[in-house]
Ligand binder design. Structure first.
Ligand SMILES: [Zn+2]
Ligand SMILES: [Zn+2]
Length: 109
């Protein structure tokens, strides 16, 4: 993918733009989402976590913090066209790379 022809207009946030109290709230929501089997609860926690990070998503949308080994702080939509799924697991969250990481140094499980 040499040319960046796709538009990067998707909502993203930076984990470190949050204060430490909000980072803790965000982590808690994501951890809760990770262990919730019930889909409606999972989706509500996604909305809550996104709000804390300053992102406005609709119910049924999801967010992830980039799981890249470069310790990327980007919070993004894992179903976006340029996001990359490193691996899914039988639980909810799996590991995803943000569009920039997927482009720069794509990882596979
Ligand atoms: Zn990233
Ligand atoms: Zn990366």
């Amino acid at each position: 993918m040499a040319l960046m022809t796709h538009a990067h207009n998707q909502a993203q946030a930076n984990y470190y733009d949050m204060g430490t109290a909000d980072q803790e709230r965000f982590d808690e929501m994501m951890e809760l989402a990770d262990v919730r089997a019930e889909n409606s609860v999972f989706l509500a926690l996604m909305v809550a976590a996104a709000q804390i990070a300053g992102l406005r998503i609709n119910y049924t949308q999801e967010i992830r913090r980039c799981a890249c080994s470069c310790w990327c702080p980007v919070i993004f939509d894992p179903h976006g066209p340029d996001a990359h799924c490193i691996e899914t697991d039988e639980y909810n969250l799996g590991r995803h790379q943000c569009p920039r990481c997927a482009d720069d140094h794509r990882e596979t499980a």
